[in-house]
Design a protein around this ligand. Structure first.
Ligand code: 9MR
Length: 370
């Protein structure tokens, strides 16, 4: 071989060797598991409660690895709402919701259904009469108007719950019916309330129970752990329960910010448990604008305290769902409220809830050996 060629092949061989070394090392880390494994939340919490995440048609794919590793329950963030399932009267579209349900099924995860009756994300047609007039805006609402809206409500519940019988184990039957205004118990601006009065809640739960007697039926709302809203929520629930309305649980959403009162949450848990209700934390995310290391550490400490509290009450709290997975995909994009960051890496908050008896730094060091 001419000298020139010998030199070239020599160089090529050296290059190949270097490449093989780089690739080899890379492979051995990822396949042989030499990189430290982060722990799985659903395994850590298996003795306490289901640990869930809200997903949508996009994140169920983009966040698949994290979903499958960490969560034992899924909620559709928007896809099972009335506008997601029945945008036009009588035309039910289950495709996107089905992708989420099928994914959960394939991984042995549970599904929480969210939500059947809500004043928001509900198509306009539910509330229009045969002439196209908004019933809730009429000066006089007739019995025929009421009947029409009641039938639509019941029909929606019947079709959706029948379709998902055996696949969705718990439903947020009624969402956010309690008023933020202390003068009223129920939200006055809800078209359901305006047309059917407080009976809409009872109608919904009774119908839901009739359609799927095995499903767990929840009343779900935000800030109902806060003093200003808690007692009115309890009053409503007590009234329903006394009438024999089949409500099995209360969903505390948990859209909080670092620093919100935790003792107030504990008080609420006790009070709801006294009603004999199961508790799900349904939409947990805890915001912080401060993403400096100190800010993230404060968020972690707050998450740690909140999960320590949930564990203390795990006889009544049977599910805790995060409202999303990473700060890359959240309805609160400026609040960085989730356990994984925009790069989908575990945040201090993740490490904090891995073992609530230790600090997030200790947990991280324990698992990653750093
Ligand atoms: O996260 C949901 C967001 O993508 C929607 O735009 C929004 C519309 O109202 O609803 C969000 O989810 C809400 C949930 O269904 C009920 N509780 C409050 C949640 C955050 O707004």
């Amino acid at each position: 071989m001419p000298r020139k060629w010998r030199k070239i092949t020599g160089c090529a061989a050296l290059l190949l060797l270097v490449l093989a070394l780089i690739l080899g090392v890379g492979c051995s880390y990822s396949t042989a598991g030499e990189l430290p494994e982060i722990p799985s939340l659903k395994e850590i919490y298996s003795d306490y409660f289901e640990i869930g995440a809200a997903v949508n048609g996009t994140t169920v794919t983009t966040h698949k690895a994290l979903i499958d590793k960490h969560f034992s329950s899924l909620t559709a963030e928007n896809e099972m709402k009335p506008e997601g399932l029945q945008r036009q009267e009588g035309r039910f579209l289950f495709q996107v919701a089905d992708r989420i349900v099928n994914h959960a099924d394939s991984q042995g995860m549970k599904v929480r259904g969210h939500t059947l009756v809500w004043h928001a994300q509900t198509p306009d047609w539910f509330f229009r009469d045969k002439d196209g007039k908004r019933i809730d805006q009429k000066a006089v609402i007739t019995e025929a108007d009421r009947q029409l809206v009641r039938e639509r409500l019941e029909q929606h519940i019947e079709t959706v719950m029948k379709y998902y019988t055996g696949k969705v184990y718990a439903w947020d039957v009624v969402n956010e019916a309690i008023s933020d205004d202390g003068r009223y118990i129920l939200r006055q601006d809800s078209p359901w309330f305006k047309i059917l009065g407080e009976e809409f809640i009872e109608i919904a739960f009774r119908k839901a129970h009739e359609v799927d007697p095995d499903a767990l039926l929840f009343y779900n709302d935000y800030n109902i752990e806060r003093a200003y809203k808690r007692d009115r929520t309890i009053e409503m629930l007590k009234k329903m329960l006394d009438k024999g309305v089949p409500i099995h649980g209360v969903g505390i959403q948990g859209h909080w910010s670092v620093g919100d009162s935790i003792p107030e949450v504990e008080q609420a848990i006790k009070k709801y448990a006294e009603l004999g209700l199961e508790i799900h934390i349904t939409e947990l995310d805890i915001g912080t604008r401060d993403i400096s290391p100190a800010g993230l550490a404060r968020q972690a400490e707050y998450y740690r305290q909140v999960f320590a509290l949930f564990k203390k009450y795990s006889d009544v709290i049977t599910s805790v769902t995060l409202w999303g997975i990473s700060d890359r995909a959240t309805w609160r994009p400026n609040d960085n409220p989730l356990l994984f960051d925009k790069q989908m890496e575990p945040k201090p908050a993740f490490w904090a809830i891995v073992n609530t008896d230790k600090s997030w730094e200790e947990n991280r060091a324990f698992y990653l050996g750093e």
